[in-house]
Write a protein that binds this ligand. Structure first.
Ligand code: ZN
Length: 150
């Protein structure tokens, strides 16, 4: 499939999510992993560009449902604030479907890391560094959401 332009991507994102899902990171091509924010359920999640606007239902963002991880896989476990590593491993076990237990655990732990970052540090500089994106993008987002002042 030929790559979409940034404009085509944004138009499709807008059409599918009616403006509720915004990209926080830059669109490079369809294979890149991006960070998105949904203004409806107020969550930040990872997703591969091609999947988030794709035709496969399971990869589209659904409000209140588990989010994709950095590889574009959907989390099976949404960590709660304060969940310990052990608690997450237990949850991962309970949620075993097809994937191996090890993979489940690593996804759960990565998810935990991301949300801890958001909950605990909450500085755009740190999140930008961790996600390897331009701090200005995250800063703009934080300002838009009223999380920080200019
Ligand atoms: Zn949502």
């Amino acid at each position: 499939m030929a790559d979409m332009t940034k404009e085509q991507f944004e138009t499709r994102l807008e059409t599918i999510y009616k403006g509720e899902v915004q990209a926080l990171t830059k669109y490079l091509n369809q294979r890149c992993t991006m960070v998105f924010h949904c203004s409806e359920c107020k969550t930040v999640f990872f997703g591969k560009a091609s999947l988030i606007i794709g035709t496969k239902e399971q990869f589209l963002h659904k409000c209140g449902f588990p989010y994709g991880d950095i590889d574009g896989n959907r989390f099976h476990i949404v960590p709660k604030r304060g969940d310990s590593t052990e608690a997450l491993k237990k949850k991962a076990k309970k949620n075993t479907v097809k994937e191996g237990q090890k993979q489940k655990e690593s996804i759960a732990l990565r998810s935990k890391k991301f949300y801890e970052l958001v909950w605990n540090d909450y500085t755009y500089q740190k999140i930008a560094k961790e996600l390897q994106v331009n701090p200005q993008i995250i800063k703009d987002h934080f300002i838009r959401e009223g999380l920080i002042n200019k």
